[in-house]
Ligand binder design. Sequence first.
Ligand SMILES: *Cc1c(COP(=O)(O)O)cnc(C)c1O
Length: 343
Amino acid sequence: MKDLKDLVRPNIWEMQPYSSARDEFHGSASVFLDANENPYNTPYNRYPDPMQLLLKDRISELKGVGVDSIFLGNGSDEPIDLIIRAFCEPAIDSIVSIAPSYGMYEVAANINNVEFRKVELTKSFELDAERVLEAANAWVKVIYLCSPNNPTGNSLEREKLYKILNTFSGIVVIDEAYIDFSSEPSFLSELERFPNLIVLQTLSKAWGAAGIRLGMAFASPKIIAILNKIKYPYNVNMLTQEQALEILNNEERMKEQLRSILSERIRLQAALPLLNCVNKIYPTDANFILADVENANATYKALVKKGVIVRNRNNVTLCRGCLRITVGTPKENDALLAVLKKL
Ligand SMILES: *Cc1c(COP(=O)(O)O)cnc(C)c1O
């Protein structure tokens, strides 16, 4: 990896972050007259902890990663954007990602006027590490990879991810939004080996909390310090911090839901290929199944008509004819199968 100083945009490296009242004073006190807050409406009158320390302590315990290697944001979408803003000079630098994959990498690049270079997966949705590395020229500061990948559902091959981590001298982001559904281990355990690695996870999928918006980025303390320097001071609000802690303290509940989702995934994987309208389904390591169906647009519309919404991926690279189906409750999956059976 290059020196971090040579990867970060010079203005970001040089700048001083905003210093809030809550950043300045640490310790206990009973009279807070430092932040121009209204003294009434406890507890919502107070600004939240800008560094989310209680929450990070719990995440540190759950994930086995030091508190100073954790960044929390308003969904994963926030670190996806901040990483580009930290490392990529608008109109000069670029990022590389794969296609098909999660749409936010390209949107975040476009918003920041950073060129988005995409490398297609193979027909069987495998990563072509050589072509990713070829695309990563001197202006490419970040490579975004998603594993298990959305919308294909497969985990990218571990050896190819190692190849990219070992060869590329910039930042490699591995988005593990679906890791809890996967039989593959997380790359969190590789953070110490690869100083250029950033792992993204989220409370939006397995933890069942998309509504509260909490995304996690894990990386070396030096990279995390840069993200902290450029985030909005109070990027994770008090309600989210409290609710996230409550959710993360109930790991058993999450595991129980995970068991149900995984067993329903097996049931759908058995039932879908038997239907006339389903040509094939792709292997999945996530909580969704990519299904190649007869006339995807018509099938999508037939489902909508019966109140069942799936994601039509018919116009996405390599996904022609495909619907992406999230695994729901047993009842929801029954409703899906009942409509498809009649087509
Ligand atoms: C759903 C998803 C996320 C989650 O984004 P949040 O902003 O945390 O809700 C991140 N990455 C991928 C690939 C996803 O599919």
